[in-house]
Design a protein around this ligand. Structure first.
Ligand SMILES: C[S@@+](CC[C@H](N)C(=O)[O-])C[C@H]1O[C@@H](n2cnc3c(N)ncnc32)[C@H](O)[C@@H]1O
Length: 347
């Protein structure tokens, strides 16, 4: 994996650049040391989607609701949701399966980077930023901290030192939840497969499961394309997804939303061994394909689901309707394609 080109692409040099850019954030790569599953997350990731989802929640549940943030990793997503829904009537719980992510959540130390997309959040860095309200919502629950040396080692050190070498002014700043909000962020072990077993007397207003479904169903799309790995067809993606959507439908309250990620792996799915030919499309025939890219050309005949099985399951019997969208692409040079990320239950 080439780290530097990716980070150079995200570098911010000036105020005018930030003013003309859509708000966006990024983070350093992090892997689970046991499973090697990606754990990376960052504050306000896919802000467009978070904004639409939290506005929907406020509209549908003015009296308050419970929000289940599955696959929250070490908690940047849960904290971002709390920042956008600060009222205590919205009870937000983060869940993750990774021991390593939960350990980090327990430490409660987070980073924001200067000269980076998330510079939006640093005090005085871009004071005229049109996103000042976001910064205010962040500082409502977070404060800068100066952690002990062992708590500073929370990022991918190779990524950090590589970028620091190329951009010497690049800085990590450390943050923690302020004392007023410490008890309002609850992060625990939890697997979304057990969603049906979650018990509460409150209405469930939202289930988040962003950029993680691919881990549950083995949708190793980038790996198949970038590293030309032969995929093990051991999953039956359709069955797993259908089963999951049934649980989701029975748990979510009227007016509630289900939120997925803006990563391509939540939207474009590798076919399984037993997927019939009439449900298949070759990669070269999808809007994501870029013929100029060598990896894309090598993967021209990769077999994919013509329609996202998740989308089909959600739309079946008019269970859910897409109400929020984002853009995604295969980030080794593909075209950006609009995809649904916020789904509203129709009950
Ligand atoms: C790439 S991170 C995404 C984090 C965050 N949702 C985001 O979009 O920034 C994927 C996370 O999903 C978690 N995960 C994978 N399968 C899960 C499951 N079945 N239930 C709960 N968490 C899961 C992983 O441990 C990891 O922390």
């Amino acid at each position: 994996m080439q780290i530097l080109p990716h980070y150079n692409k995200n570098k911010i040099n000036s105020n005018s650049q930030i003013k003309n850019r859509e708000i966006n954030f990024n983070g350093l790569m992090r892997l689970d040391p046991k499973t090697y599953a990606p754990l990376d997350s960052w504050f306000f990731r896919d802000y467009t989607t978070l904004k639409t989802a939290t506005d929907e929640i406020k509209n549908s549940f003015p009296q308050g609701a419970e929000i289940l943030d599955y696959a929250c990793s070490n908690g940047e997503e849960t904290i971002s949701l709390k920042a956008l829904l600060p009222d205590t009537k919205y009870k937000i719980t983060g869940f993750d399966t990774s021991e390593s992510a939960l350990k980090l959540a327990n430490r409660g130390v987070y980073t924001v980077f200067s000269h980076w997309y998330d510079s939006f959040l640093l005090p005085n860095t871009y004071p005229k930023s049109k996103e000042a309200h976001l910064k205010n919502s962040f500082y409502n629950i977070m404060e800068e901290t100066f952690p002990a040396p062992q708590d500073r080692l929370i990022n991918n050190k190779k990524a950090y030192f590589d970028i620091k070498k190329s951009i010497p002014e690049f800085l990590e700043k450390f943050f923690c939840i302020n004392s007023e909000h410490k008890n309002s962020i609850d992060i625990r072990r939890g697997n979304i497969s057990n969603l049906d077993k979650y018990r509460t007397s409150n209405p469930i207003g939202a289930v988040f499961f962003r950029n993680a479904l691919y881990q549950m169903i083995g949708n190793d799309l980038n790996e198949s394309i970038e590293q030309r790995k032969t995929t093990e067809f051991i999953y039956n993606k359709k069955d797993i997804i259908n089963n999951f959507v049934d649980k989701l439908y029975s748990k979510l309250d009227k007016g509630g939303v289900f939120v997925i990620g803006d990563h391509i792996k939540d939207h474009l799915f590798l076919a399984d061994k037993n997927t019939p030919d009439d449900e298949i499309i070759f990669f070269k025939d999808t809007p994501f394909f870029n013929p100029e890219n060598k990896f894309h050309r090598q993967a021209s005949y990769l077999r994919l689901f013509k329609e996202s099985p998740l989308r089909i399951a959600l739309e079946k019997d008019k269970k859910f309707k897409a109400v929020g969208f984002s853009k995604t692409w295969l980030d080794i040079g593909g075209t950006k394609v609009k995809v649904p990320t916020v789904w509203k239950i129709l009950k």
